[in-house]
Design a protein around this ligand. Sequence first.
Ligand SMILES: [Fe+2]
Length: 188
Amino acid sequence: MHFSTADIIGLYRQAAHRIHSGERVTHLAHAWQCGRLAEKSGASLELQLASWLHDVGHLWSQPSAPTTDPAVKGHAALGSRLLEPLFGLAVSEPVRLHVLAKRYLVTTRASYARKLSPQSLRSLTHQGGHLSEDECDDFERQAFFAEAIQLRIWDDLGQKDGWFEITIQDALDQLEGLMQSVAAQCVT
Ligand SMILES: [Fe+2]
């Protein structure tokens, strides 16, 4: 499937006025907030980009459907398949693992589930719920385990109503610049 950085910009431009299902922010604001949280934490450019684009599978597969739709169950896998040829594993793997990271955190940290938004708690069931001990062990052995956990935490925090200190065009320009930087240093 052919997928380009221009397609990505197009998807996020379309998403600029759509509310992220069940949450209080638009898809673009959510993506920007996650990227900004990663940047403020000193994350690598690849992890900043993964944070920006972690829900691209939602935007690509279900442009107008709610995230509880069963078809979106695989949005992490779909997003990672779209991103790997463009940006490599350092971007695609945290994206692929970010739903598993939520299931891992719910399983291993008692306080984590209490902080999830109602929408995120609802989608947990569709996403498979808690992990078994073996599944937790497998997940911890993933090369991008730590990055996936980080991304997941920013994903949960990036739902702040009213936090979008930028114009839509400037946000898209920032994304474009970040994609160019990562693609330039990516060896796939
Ligand atoms: Fe998200």
